[in-house]
Every structure is written in C-alpha cells, then in structure tokens.
Design a binder for this molecule. Structure first.
Ligand SMILES: [Zn+2]
Length: 225
C-alpha cells in the first residue's frame, strides 16, 4: 500500500476534477473512503491469512471487480437522487469505481511487497507496473516514524502530492472559469430577452392607436383627439 493519506488524497483530487451530481461533501468523503477501503484486507493478517492468498493483502479487495462493486454501492448511497441506470448514474458509478481502483494502481507503483491481484478472482497473479517510484510503507505505525517512513513520505510527496495539487488547482481554475463564462452567457441572454420584450411592448404601444382607432394618439386624460 501507499499510505492511507495518499490514497485518500488521490481520490479527493479525482473528485475535484470530476464531481458527480450530489452533495459535494458526501461525494468527497465517499470517494476518499472508497480509496482506502481495499486495505481492510490487512485484518486478515490477524487471522492467519497468508499474503499471497485470495483474501490476502493486495488480493481480492484490490481487484477491479471489487472496485466496480464498491462503485455501485457508493453511487446508490451518495447519489440517490440520480435516476438509476441513467447516463449520470453510470458516470457516478465509473467515478467511484475509479476512486476505488486508484488504490491498486498506487500499490502497483510501490517498490515492495507482492503485486496487486487486479484480475482476481479469475486471475490470482500479482502485478506491478514497470515504473515503481513509490517507497512501500511499513505495515505498523511504529516503523512509520523511522527513516523508512521519511523515505515513504518523500517519495509520495514528490510523485503524488505535488502533481496532485497542481492537477487539483488547475481543475479549480477551469471550474471557476466555466462557471463565470456560463454566468456571463446567462446574463447576456437575460438582457437580450428584456430588450426583445421591451421592443415588443414599444411596438405594440406605437402601433396600438393606429390599429384601434385609426385616428391618432391617446392623450394623458384618456381622451382621443
Ligand atoms: Zn493496498
């Protein structure tokens, strides 16, 4: 695993780039939870489950199949307002599935442990990416406060947090820019709509005497000349 903070951070950046419809805080929270969930398999060590087993660390819980199932469950809970099986609903499923799958992708970029069983249970082989810049964190909190832990933090800062912050900031700027250009567009439409309405009323006022009496304009007293 990369550290839990880094898994959650990657999901938060994903939510900043693409946010499905729903309460923003719930979407962020659920995405971050999805991203750390696969490491629940660490509990297996306490029950004697071997690392390389189907339910071992980086096994079934890190697979793409589980990522999709978690994505569906998260969508049902977080985006309950979306009509099921609509385009937006499937987009939300894809988002939460990717947030969950990002965990395995990060783990496959670490330099230690066994690889990730992406295709479990069909294929229980463990995979790593050819490029593995992340230092694998120790299992156990004590070792995290050591030279090893510092190396983990340094590698994750460099390869995940810095690019992630840049991507998140860029997404924030683009989102604001799109929002302001939409507001401008809407206000132009409102002004244009008002003008059309006023011109229509003016035309009616100008032409009303001619079409009703055919003799002239109404004066302030309401009499016709
Ligand atoms: Zn993991």
């Amino acid at each position: 695993m990369a550290s839990a903070f880094t898994h959650a951070f990657v999901a938060a950046v994903g939510a900043q780039v693409y946010r499905p419809r729903g309460d923003a805080w719930r979407v962020y929270g659920a995405a971050m939870l999805c991203a750390v969930l696969p490491d629940l398999d660490l509990i297996g060590f306490a029950f004697g489950v071997d690392y390389a087993d189907l339910l071992g660390h980086r096994g079934l819980t890190h697979s793409l199949l589980i990522a999709v199932l978690v994505g569906i469950v998260a969508t049902l809970f977080v985006c309950s307002g979306l009509s099921r099986f609509s385009g937006q609903w499937w987009a939300a499923v894809l988002f939460f599935s990717c947030a969950t799958a990002s965990h395995g992708l990060l783990d496959a970029m670490t330099d230690g442990g066994l690889g990730v069983a992406f295709f479990s249970p069909l294929d229980r082989a463990r995979y790593f990416f050819p490029w593995r810049p992340l230092r694998v964190p120790p299992i156990g909190i004590e070792l995290f406060f050591s030279r090893w832990g510092l190396q983990v933090i340094a590698s994750e800062l460099l390869w995940i947090w810095l690019p992630g912050l840049a991507i998140g900031a860029a997404a924030c700027v683009v989102r604001r820019w799109i929002g302001s250009s939409r507001r401008d567009h809407n206000s132009i439409r409102v002004i244009a709509g008002r003008r059309t309405h006023e011109e229509g009323e003016g035309a009616t006022r100008r032409w009303a005497p001619d079409t009703t009496s055919g003799r002239g304009n109404e004066d302030r007293t309401g009499r016709y000349d």
